[in-house]
Design a protein around this ligand. Structure first.
Ligand code: FES
Ligand code: FES
Length: 218
């Protein structure tokens, strides 16, 4: 369909909306959204604007390069689920208010439903499927099972991604740190106390291993 005279303005407005709406969750998500927004603005000002037709791109997901054909308006959540088949990333609100769709972009939590796939080229994307190694669960996943930190499970992948990201940047979080890290993750089943316990358990296990290792060296 031919573009109307105002279509470029409409596309820009949608992109602007997505960028703006993406900043409604936790601080680390805000930082990632701002970095992506800066890239989008740079692209606009340098004339590097793609679309509106679908175009082939390569996305680096869970340590592998994936060739996909996407429209510039496609969100990362759509691309992960519909193009790549990684359905572990859940879409619940699809408007940046629940963090169920949390993934990592360059190891920082980001909302996949509020991120345009085209803005993630050249970035390292990690989804819930990328945390485990084959049948071996990530320690945070194992701790969620151990502490029964899930009920319906819709929030769980996003919750795990937020908690695992916290432990990447802060190996010894306090309860308050954990609460802050998942402050954007809505759990309608009320599993928060178990999520906190699971995350702190992983931190304590790791601290014990570090103490054990340093004791062995001494
Ligand atoms: S924030 Fe993305 S599905 Fe709710
Ligand atoms: S386990 Fe159901 S929403 Fe969190």
């Amino acid at each position: 369909m031919a573009d109307s005279p105002d279509s470029s303005k409409i596309r820009f407005s949608r992109r602007g909306f997505l960028k703006g709406a993406g900043v409604t969750a936790a601080t680390s998500v805000i930082e990632t959204a701002n970095a992506l927004a800066r890239n989008a603005n740079d692209a606009v000002h340098s004339g590097r604007v793609s679309g509106p037709e679908a175009l082939p791109v390569k996305l680096h997901i869970n340590g592998r390069e994936h060739s996909v054909v996407i429209e510039p308006r496609d969100t990362l959540a759509q691309t992960l689920r519909d193009n790549v088949g990684l359905t572990g990333t859940k879409v619940v609100c699809d408007r940046g208010s629940c963090s169920a769709c949390t993934v990592w972009i360059d190891k920082m939590p980001a909302l996949a439903c509020m991120t345009l796939s085209i803005d993630t080229t050249g970035r390292q994307i990690t989804t819930i499927e990328g945390l485990s190694h084959g049948e071996q669960m990530h320690p945070v996943q194992a701790a969620f099972v151990k502490h029964d930190a899930m009920q319906c499970g819709f929030c769980t992948p996003g919750m795990v991604m937020s908690c695992a990201a916290l432990l990447e940047r802060n190996p010894s979080p306090s309860l308050s740190d954990v609460k802050h890290a998942v402050s954007g993750n809505l759990c309608r089943c009320g599993t928060y106390p178990k999520v906190f316990a699971a995350t702190l358990d992983v931190a304590q296990q790791r601290a014990g291993l570090v103490t054990l290792a340093s004791g062995t060296e001494a």
